[in-house]
Design a protein around this ligand. Structure first.
Ligand SMILES: Cc1ncc(C[n+]2csc(CCOP(=O)(O)OP(=O)(O)O)c2C)c(N)n1
Ligand SMILES: [Mg+2]
Length: 324
């Protein structure tokens, strides 16, 4: 059962991540972000529910979508470093070296693999390390539905299941992989059924409901910490945004109809949780306004910090280009 403070923390993280996503969209459209941005708007409850109450020394692996915002921000990484990295600046924490690779091992975030699906085997490696250390650390690895089509998942899932590694596999099933509907690729209704072959629990959860996501992950995390091995949690959500900003696919190149998208816009995870907390009396309208204002201030301050940060040392580019 979540306490009032825990519910407020979950809600606050949802709002913080949403504001950061909006800043990143603006950053791409204004040319400040060097690269692209795959918005995670409408999918925030998955990462936020899964990682808000992790231990600092737990490990997270995240999807390319949102470049990890729904997990790295709840885990404690500063939005200042995150935005500076995307503005190709030297934030002190990193040197503006690549926008997908927001990493900080102090917070158990090794960064995203350069190829989708690479994270499964990296997570298995971290799972082995966590098991050997025996300090109760867990690894949470959340990837997109399309990414679960990689063979690397089989390798990692097999090893994790056989060696009872402390890993929670999360599927952020937003029903699309670029333009391809997941239902064209995956033969069954639930990707959670994949778990059956590895002898681990497989759970389907409403990915718009941050509390349901939290509870499903909590059960799996406790199981992993107790040495009972991995679980797979499929969070059903939907990509309301284009695959990526900077790519002409606002409505998936005409493949998706407004009738398909609009019901999901109404199932916005931030609004749904806000309504619920107002009804339960956990939040007042004044709390909602304050949390909104504080999140905007935090992200605007981080954006200013990024804008004013110096460019990276040109020497570092030499190292990348010539490896000398
Ligand atoms: C190995 C590999 N194949 C293809 C790509 C190109 N790619 C980038 S995102 C993406 C779609 C992935 O779909 P999914 O895992 O469902 O994530 P979503 O974009 O829906 O969040 C693809 C194919 C890649 N980055 N790496
Ligand atoms: Mg997808």
């Amino acid at each position: 059962m979540l306490t009032k403070e825990q519910k407020m923390k979950l809600y606050t993280n949802l709002v913080r991540v949403r504001k950061l996503d909006e800043i990143m969209v603006k950053g791409v459209l204004s040319g400040k972000v060097c690269g692209h941005w795959s918005s995670q708007k409408g999918q925030e409850a998955v990462g936020v529910g899964a990682t808000t109450f992790l231990r600092k020394d737990d490990y997270i692996f995240f999807c390319h979508r949102g470049h990890g915002i729904t997990t790295v921000i709840p885990k404690g990484i500063s939005p200042r470093a995150f935005i500076a990295e995307h503005f190709s600046k030297n934030s002190g924490a990193c040197q503006g070296m690549g926008c997908l690779h927001v990493a900080d091992m102090e917070y158990g975030a090794p960064g995203l693999s350069g190829s989708l699906g690479g994270d499964f085997v990296l997570a298995a490696g971290m799972g082995i390390a966590a098991k050997m250390r025996a300090k109760g650390q867990v690894v949470v690895c959340i990837q997109g539905d399309g990414t679960y089509g990689r063979g690397t998942f089989h390798e990692a899932a097999l090893m994790a299941a056989n060696w009872k590694l402390p890993i929670v596999w999360g599927v952020e099933n937003n029903q699309y992989m670029v333009f391809t509907p997941t239902s064209d690729i995956f033969p069954k209704e639930n990707m959670a059924d994949l778990a059956f072959g590895y002898g681990m629990p497989g759970v389907v959860v409403d990915g718009q409901d941050v509390v349901a996501v939290f509870e499903a992950f909590q059960t799996a995390i406790e199981r992993a910490r107790a040495g009972e091995g991995p679980s797979l949690i499929e969070c059903k959500t939907y990509r309301i945004e284009p695959h990526t900003y900077g790519m002409v696919d606002k409505r998936c190149a005409g493949l998706r109809s407004p009738e398909e998208i609009e019901p999901w816009v109404k199932k916005d995870p931030v609004n749904l949780f806000q309504e619920r907390l107002l009804k339960e009396g956990v939040l007042t309208q004044a709390d909602v306004d304050r949390i909104d204002r504080e999140a905007i201030e935090e992200m605007e301050e981080a954006e200013r910090f990024a804008t004013e940060s110096p460019a990276p040392d040109p020497q570092i580019l030499k190292q990348v280009l010539y490896w000398k």
